[in-house]
Design a protein around this ligand. Sequence first.
Ligand code: CTP
Ligand code: MG
Length: 390
Amino acid sequence: MKVAAVIVAAGSGQRAGGEKPKQYQVIGNKPVLRRTIEAFLSHPAIGHVQVVIGKGQEQDFATATAGLNLPPPVQGGDSRQSSCRIGIEACTEFGPDLVLIHDAARPFVSQELISIVANALSATEAVVPGLAVADTIKRAKAGVIDETLNRESLFFIQTPQGFHFSKIKAAHAALAAQGENALTDDAAVAEKAGMKVHVVPGEARNRKLTTAADITAADRELKQMDMAGRPDIRMGQGIDFHVFDKGNSLWLCGIEIPHTHKLKGHSDADVALHALTDAILGTIGEGDIGIHFPPSDPQWKNARSSIFVAKAMQLLNAKGGIIANADITILAEAPKISPHIPAMKAALAPMLHVTADRIAIKATTTEKMGAIGRKEGMAAMASVTVRLPL
Ligand code: CTP
Ligand code: MG
C-alpha cells in the first residue's frame, strides 16, 4: 500500500496573530510546520509528504524546511477545503492507494496515531481521530439554553484523517464543481460523498494550535521537556592572556575592533574566545585548547578563533550537551569594550546555539596595576554552564 500525507499549511493564522502565520512560528527551537512535517517524514508507512502553503509563504516555507527531503510545495486556496483538494491532486503522480490529510497546526501528532489511522483504512473507507467530550454540551440562542445535547454521541475531531486516495480525490473534485468550498474538514467532504467515516481514539496532545496562548504554551512545554532531559548541570572556566603587538585592530569575542595595537598570537589571538573555548572544554573534561589546536601546528596560523569554539561545541553537542549560559570578563586598560558588547553577543549567540540573553560580556581595567595596567596586553576569563543528559 502506498500512503501519501498531505499537510495543509496555507492558512494565515488570523486567530493566533504574530509576525508570521502560526505554522511558521517557532516552538521549542523549531517552526511548528517543521515538527509536523518531520512526524510524517519519519513514519515508515508514509512514502510521500505533500505540503500545501499559502501565497507569499515560499520564503518562510524554505526556511522552516531547510535540509528536509520534500517535493516542492503547492499553493493552497482561500479555504481549508480548497487547500486540501489542491494538495490531494498534487499527490496523483506519486500514485498513492491511501492518503492522510493533516493540519500543519497540529505538530504533536504521534507516530502511533499516524499508524492507527493508516492501519484502520485496511478495513474502512474513511477514518478520523476523535476525542470524547467530557463537558456537557448545550445549544443556546441569545444566551438562553435551547437544548442539551447527548454528549455520548459527540466527538472533538482531529487530524490526520485517512481516506482511500481516488475516492477522496473524486469527492473533493465533485464538491468543488458544485461550488461548495467551506467545509472545515475532509471527513465532511467524505460524508457528503456518502462514505462511512469511522472514528478512532484521538490524542489530547494532538491539539490544534489556534491562539497565541496555545503557541506560547507549546513553546514552554517543549523547552521544559528539553531541560528535564538534561538534568546534569556542569560548570567550566577558562582564562587566557595575550600581549599587544604593532597593528591597528584586534579580534575580541569574534569581532574585529579598531585599536592602536593588535593582539599577538598564533591564531587571530581572540583572547576572549580562547578563554571561552577552555571553559566549554572544562565542562566535559576534554582538556584545553592547546591539546586540540597545538600552537606548533602551522594549520592554525592566523585561524579565526571561532573554529576553536566550534570544536568545543561539537564535543559538547556530541554528548547531548547544550550551553545554559556563558559569562565572559575582559581585563583591559584599552580599548573601551562596552560599545562593542551588542555586536559581540550577536557574534557569540550562533556559535553557542543560544539566544543573546544567555551571554554576558563584561570588561574591567586593572586600575593601571601590573602588566595589563601598563597596556602590555589583555586577559579574558570565561565561565560556562552546560546541561547534559544523564
Ligand atoms: N489551512 C489551509 N488553507 C486555508 C486555511 C487553512 O491550508 N485556506 C490550514 C491551516 O494552515 C492549518 C489548518 O488548515 O494548518 C487548520 O486551519 P486553522 O487552524 O483554521 O488555521 P488558519 O486558517 O491559518 O487560522 P485562522 O483560522 O485562525 O486564520
Ligand atoms: Mg482557519
